[in-house]
Ligand binder design. Structure first.
Ligand code: AMP
Length: 401
């Protein structure tokens, strides 16, 4: 598979799957354009080569076919702006006569955006006939939508079979995502620390199991830590807990011990009486949280201990916050991790941050350019680290998912 950089798009119509699934407010203004900005470099390279670009994406989860609320027409003006004031054409349907005519008339240097792919249920079903109709619009297929790479949808995976190996490729964004994930998954320099947080053990169990084969240290924080405390005989008050996952938590600890992987759980927590920013707070040891109190962040001693582990690392993967960082009084733990990851990166470690909430935390605290790579894929990155083959990646490479 040739690299995107070496691909020449001169005279070609490139059909590019992007992830323009951006959040919109009530006035249809984009509230976070990260995903759009991430793919501008890919679009510009094709245009500069002398090619034309046909963009396709989904937006939201429309249930009933075409709906104004989910129309990609709302992103046209902003896309034009991101492309330096370039005119962006729009087709009111992603297949059919209008799309075919506009794609056929497209000249070198021009950009066409197709309407929301998910206005057709065939998209998510991975329908081959629908995929073929899309494929007929372009000469070359480019997949730059890492956020949907874990889905075997028509436009993300099935479509690839209608292009020869020479005529399909990743875009810059997808390439960068794959390179950084591979660096952590298969070429990690040791010590390799994985920081896993978030609400539930059940969401992160597969990633932890896969990381037990690779990491030297695993830091477990956030709501999922309380299942581990209770499983070990601790009292956790009203903290979030998955009782049915307690045996699994003990199994993870036993497996880690057998493999020589260090598991670091918080030794203390910030506890409070309600799921609220305004109730009384105090620091408390992990195994003895009193009745009626819940842990919403890691404590001060844990922050220092975790930072020490992080600072000694050469490779760092971070997925999931250490506490309820959405509330200002429970941000300190997640922020301390962000500071430590940034410092370790500055000292030469490779750090990859991925998964929706840790990415928003890193952005919120202004650390996004202080880590090595911030992934645009939540579910996709998680599945990558669970050891699964992502259909969107396999389809470009010509492997079976
Ligand atoms: P996830 O999507 O699994 O990464 O989980 C992220 C969510 O976990 C965030 O919305 C956090 O507010 C939440 N979370 C983190 N720590 C806790 C905690 N101690 N109790 C309840 N929720 C938590």
């Amino acid at each position: 598979m040739s690299s995107f950089q070496s691909f020449s798009f001169a005279g070609k119509k490139a059909l590019v799957r992007v992830d323009f699934n951006v959040p919109l407010n009530d006035q249809f203004q984009i509230t976070d354009d990260t995903r759009m900005r991430a793919t501008v470099k890919t679009i510009n390279k094709i245009l500069q080569d002398g090619g034309s670009v046909i963009l396709m994406s989904h937006l939201g989860r429309p249930k009933e076919g075409p709906t104004d609320k989910y129309s990609l027409k709302h992103v046209v003006a902003h896309l034009a702006e991101l492309l330096g004031g370039k005119d962006v054409q729009f087709a009111n349907d992603c297949i059919g006569a209008e799309a075919i005519d506009k794609a056929a008339a497209l000249q070198a240097g021009q950009v066409l955006l197709l309407e929301n792919l998910r206005f057709y249920k065939e998209e998510e079903k991975g329908d081959a006939v629908f995929a073929e109709k899309l494929a007929q619009l372009g000469d070359v297929y480019v997949n730059d939508a890492f956020g949907t790479a874990h889905r075997a949808h028509a436009s993300t995976a099935i479509i690839a079979q209608y292009f020869s190996k020479e005529n399909r490729t990743f875009g810059y964004l997808m390439e960068a995502e794959v390179v950084s994930a591979e660096k952590v998954l298969h070429e990690a320099q040791k010590p390799f620390t994985a920081i896993i947080g978030g609400a539930k053990v059940s969401d992160k169990i597969l990633i932890i199991e896969n990381l037990l084969e690779r990491a030297t240290d695993i830091i477990i924080g956030g709501g999922m830590a309380y299942t581990f405390f209770k499983a070990q005989g601790g009292t956790i008050g009203t903290s979030i807990c998955e009782d049915d996952r307690m045996p699994l938590a003990l199994e993870i600890l036993a497996k880690a011990k057998a493999k020589g992987v260090n598991i670091h759980l918080p030794v203390d927590n910030i506890i409070t009486t309600d799921f609220s920013n305004d109730t009384e707070r105090k620091n408390c040891e992990s195994m003895s949280i009193p009745d009626g109190w819940m842990g919403l962040d890691i404590g001060e001693v844990s922050r220092a201990k975790f930072a020490e582990v992080i600072l000694a690392s050469k490779t760092i993967l971070w997925n999931g916050p250490m506490g309820v960082f959405e509330m200002s009084n429970y941000q300190a733990g997640t922020k301390a991790i962000a500071v430590a990851v940034a410092e370790a990166t500055q000292k030469g470690a490779f750090s990859l941050v991925g998964g929706g909430d840790s990415v928003s935390a890193v952005n919120q605290f202004g650390f996004n350019d202080k880590v090595s790579y911030v992934s645009t894929g939540g579910g996709a990155l998680l599945e990558y680290f669970e050891g699964k083959i992502l259909p969107g990646i396999a389809a470009i490479k010509g492997e079976s998912a």
